[in-house]
Ligand binder design. Structure first.
Ligand code: 13P
Length: 255
């Protein structure tokens, strides 16, 4: 990453893992290992672990995020959680538009945009996920897909609001598969996303934006990935569930 222009952020996405006891134990093991991080550290946890995570990370350098939020502030939306509810708890970040939400729960670019606006209004910092499917990469339309997702998600977002958004490039074919994009592939798409942001806003804004890579990032490949000029940290799934591995990734991104 380009440290002169922006800050790396390593965010764990726990997905649907860990009960409260397990969450408490994982955070307790993790905190001393990451306390000297020279990058932002976030853990995005299931709703049921938010209270536990907020309590356990109090006074530390680790911030807490949720994995989704609804676009309405309240109302008849059984099973949903609003951005305001999260903000009121003290939650700081929220993952939006994750490919698993798009794939399994009918999330669209339109609903991602609505959730993004709700999150920003509530004062949350969205981690906006974009990424192509394998057949889209093979069909040579990675830039079209990622560009479209980025533009539609950011529709109506002001330059000032953008300062609170992180984009995570997560090629769907690399998520949970052990297949990582090469450092060059990750950097190429991250750089492309930055040019899209530059066209929508301006160069200064695009240069300051944190753009992560996600998809099988682990203790072994984090250093090479985060050394790329346009890869500003990562969004980590599986490896964020092991304190030592997560700490190694944070160490790599701190270099
Ligand atoms: P893995 O690191 O398990 O591939 O998951 C990546 C991811 O989806 C993070 O949001």
């Amino acid at each position: 990453m380009n440290k002169a222009l922006r800050k790396a952020v390593i965010a764990g996405n726990w997905k649907m893992n860990k009960n409260r006891q397990e969450a408490k134990a994982l955070i307790a093991e993790m905190l001393p290992l990451v306390k000297d991080a020279d990058c932002g550290v976030v853990i995005c946890v299931p709703y049921t672990n938010l209270e536990t995570a907020l309590e356990a990370t109090k006074g530390s350098n680790v911030k807490v995020g949720a994995e989704n939020c609804h676009w309405a502030t309240s109302g008849a939306f059984t099973g949903e959680i609003s951005a305001d509810m999260l903000a009121e708890m003290g939650v700081e970040y929220v993952v939006l538009g994750h490919s698993e939400r798009r794939q399994y729960f009918g999330e669209t670019d339109g609903t991602v945009n609505k959730r993004l606006h709700a999150a920003l209004t509530a004062g949350l910092k969205p981690i906006l996920c974009v990424g192509e499917l394998l057949n889209e990469r093979e069909g040579g339309i990675t830039e079209e897909v990622v560009g479209m997702q980025t533009k539609l998600a950011l529709a109506g977002v002001t330059k000032e609001q953008l300062a609170n958004i992180i984009i995570a490039y997560e090629p769907v074919w690399a998520i949970g598969t052990g297949k990582t994009a090469t450092a060059e592939q990750a950097n190429e798409v991250n750089h492309y996303i930055r040019t899209v942001v530059e066209k929508l806003y301006d160069k200064e804004t695009a240069d300051a934006m944190t753009i992560q890579y996600g998809g099988s990032m682990n203790a072994g490949n984090a250093e090479e990935l985060t050394a790329q000029p346009d890869v500003d940290g990562g969004l980590i799934g599986g490896a964020s569930l092991k304190a030592a591995d997560f700490a190694k990734i944070i160490e790599a991104a701190s270099k």
